[in-house]
Write a protein that binds this ligand. Structure first.
Ligand code: SRM
Ligand code: SF4
Length: 540
């Protein structure tokens, strides 16, 4: 299945162990590991192959594993949330969960002996963690208000589920895609505000209308005409490819010059992944993401090979896409397209949840909504389907004091990766430091609009500093002969319409000196004012 032109001797360590035993083989060994214990396990199985079932050994907390789920389109039910809560609850102070920058959730404190029971519980409520780490396809992101938003052009929920089902064999594991050259990110949005950060995915689908005459044979995409648009236009997606961040190189996705009807999206995903699997470069892991193959081949050859796999030609991209809104954060109360219903976005500081929070969120979704919960890529939650008549009572719920619907203008947009608490790549502590910093800045300053600050603990960029207004990337720096935790500062990231990546403006600022620097950036670039000054002005 994989390209065998690379000789065994030239294989890097990851390719070698994947060739020796496929990661998915680990599915059948979970019971054995549970009895054996983590200390006696083969190291490659423990540190790498377990990631094929979403289980991550944490060198920072040996024996306490992390589990990464899959949440297609970021949607889960209250019963799924309750099961996740039960899982972390049993680990007491070690147990917690994090909403991730891919609209997903990770559980912490997991003991290997509990895995068989945990997988049974997942199975009972339709949860899966399959192929969520290492050289697999990550959680597929979609618009967090799909199906709720009156202005959306296409409800992506079903499509995202279909893509996941195809890629993971309905969550059971799919050996066709268990040995990719590297990780792979897919996003699909049917809204107007690019809620998924399409530009930073290996493969992204953004809404675009094709003139009917240009579409060739009239396809089933026609049945998706939004009523607001004339019947001469057919809904589909323009395709972007090759976006990624890595320690050595970051690229925004580029247009493939292809438009696909909704019913062709799953097949296009499959074709792109087959091409990547069979031809993607595998020798150097720093040069294995999809963009490196596109560089090597050129876009035309890549596109031609895709058509070859698809067995039909791709239509050229529509002249423009429909991403014409600024990005929304969905925090607060919003009317749904369904009359009398609302969705409410709660700010979860840096995405961190504990078991009791998770039970509470599940209860609120049951009592006030339709038992549904959604995640956003900003690590927050949305509870949909709250009726007008229940809204006032919902707003009196004590949980909303901690998970606010109207947080401060920095807190509202704060994003942070895992950092040193659990991640061995981390050069700095992130989540707690991010929260303290925001608190201090909000105490001193008044803001006129939200400012999106993203923290990431190392150059891998899981916290996406390049999409932020102000991005902070962990580094080590020197001051007075001592090595300290520091950050490189990124600015200029633009999301939503005309999204583009920010760049590094200064390097190696010690974290202990950061607050006044951020304060100055916020005043000079984002219209923030010192509270004292604002008071003086109002007294004049
Ligand atoms: Fe990431 C590796 C956490 C989103 C780029 N990422 C890791 C590991 C698995 C490293 C490790 O083994 O410790 C981190 C696990 C730490 C932990 O215990 O939580 C980790 N990445 C995360 C999460 C949890 C950050 C967060 O707090 O939200 C995100 C999980 C998403 C998910 O649900 O699947 C997460 N990672 C991202 C993103 C953002 C995105 O997808 O929009 C990126 C940049 C985009 C991209 O991949 O192109 C990202 N993570 C990386 C990389 C660099 C990839 C590369 O090509 O070099 C690594 C390192 C690697 O893969 O070798 C990495
Ligand atoms: Fe870990 Fe670095 Fe990713 Fe943060 S950015 S989660 S520190 S790998």
């Amino acid at each position: 299945m994989t390209d065998t032109t690379t000789t065994t001797t030239s294989l890097n360590k990851f390719e070698k162990f994947k060739a020796q035993k496929d990661g998915l083989a680990i599915r059948d060994e979970i019971e054995k590991f549970a009895v054996l214990g983590w200390e006696a396990m083969d190291e490659t199985d423990r540190d790498h192959r377990l990631k094929w079932v979403g289980v991550f050994f944490r060198p920072v907390t040996p024996g306490k594993f992390m589990m990464r789920l899959r949440m297609p389109n970021g949607i889960l039910s209250s019963s799924q949330m309750s099961v996740l809560a039960q899982v972390v609850q049993r680990y007491g102070d070690d147990g917690c969960a994090d909403i991730t920058t891919r609209q997903n959730i990770q559980l912490r404190g997991i003991r290997i002996e509990d895995l068989p029971d945990i997988f049974n519980r997942f199975h009972a409520v339709g949860l899966t963690s399959i192929q969520s780490g290492m050289d697999n396809i990550r959680n597929i992101t979609g618009d967090p208000v799909a199906g709720l938003d009156a202005d959306e052009l296409y409800d992506t929920r079903e499509l995202v589920q279909q893509i996941q089902d195809m890629l993971t064999n309905k969550g059971e594991g799919n050996p066709e895609f268990s040995n990719l050259p590297r990780k792979f990110n897919i996003a699909i949005t049917g809204g107007r505000d690019n809620s998924v950060h399409a530009e930073i995915n290996d493969l992204a689908f953004v809404p675009a209308f094709q003139e009917a005459g240009e579409q060739g044979s009239r396809g089933a995409g026609e049945q998706n005409f939004p009523s607001a648009h004339s019947h001469h236009k057919i809904f589909g997606f323009n395709v972007l490819v090759g976006g990624f961040f890595s320690a050595k190189r970051c690229e925004a996705a580029i247009p493939l010059n292809a438009w696909v009807a909704p019913e062709d999206v799953v097949a296009v995903c499959r074709a792109v992944l087959e091409v990547f699997r069979d031809h993607g470069p595998r020798a150097n892991r720093q040069k294995s993401r999809l963009m490196w193959l596109i560089d090597e081949w050129g876009l035309e050859k890549f596109r031609a090979e895709l058509e070859n796999r698809l067995g039909k030609s791709l239509l050229p991209a529509a002249a423009k896409d429909e991403i014409d809104w600024e990005k929304r954060d969905h925090i607060g109360i919003y009317k749904q397209k369904q009359p009398g219903l609302n969705y409410v976005g709660l700010n979860i500081p840096v995405g961190r949840l504990y078991a009791e929070d998770m039970f509470e969120i599940a209860r609120l979704a049951d009592v006030f909504g339709s038992s549904e919960i959604r995640f956003t890529v900003e690590q927050n939650i949305v509870i949909p389907n709250i009726s007008d008549s229940r809204l006032a009572t919902f707003l009196t719920e004590p949980l909303l004091e901690r998970f606010s619907i109207n947080p401060g203008l920095l807190a509202r947009s704060l994003v942070s990766c895992t950092g040193a608490q659990f991640c061995n790549f981390a050069l700095i502590e992130t989540k707690n430091r991010a929260l303290e910093m925001i608190k201090a800045l909000e105490e001193d300053l008044i803001f006129i609009h939200p400012v999106r600050i993203h923290w990431t603990g190392c150059p891998n960029s899981c916290g996406q500093p390049q999409v932020a207004d102000i991005g902070l990337m962990g580094t080590k720096t020197r001051k007075n002969g001592k090595t300290l935790e520091g950050v490189d500062i990124y600015m200029g990231g633009k999301v939503g319409k005309d999204a583009h990546l920010g760049t590094c403006i200064t390097k190696g600022i010690p974290c202990e000196d950061l607050q006044p620097i951020l304060q100055e950036l916020l005043i000079n670039n984002f219209g923030a004012k010192l509270k004292e000054e604002a008071l003086l002005v109002s007294h004049c």
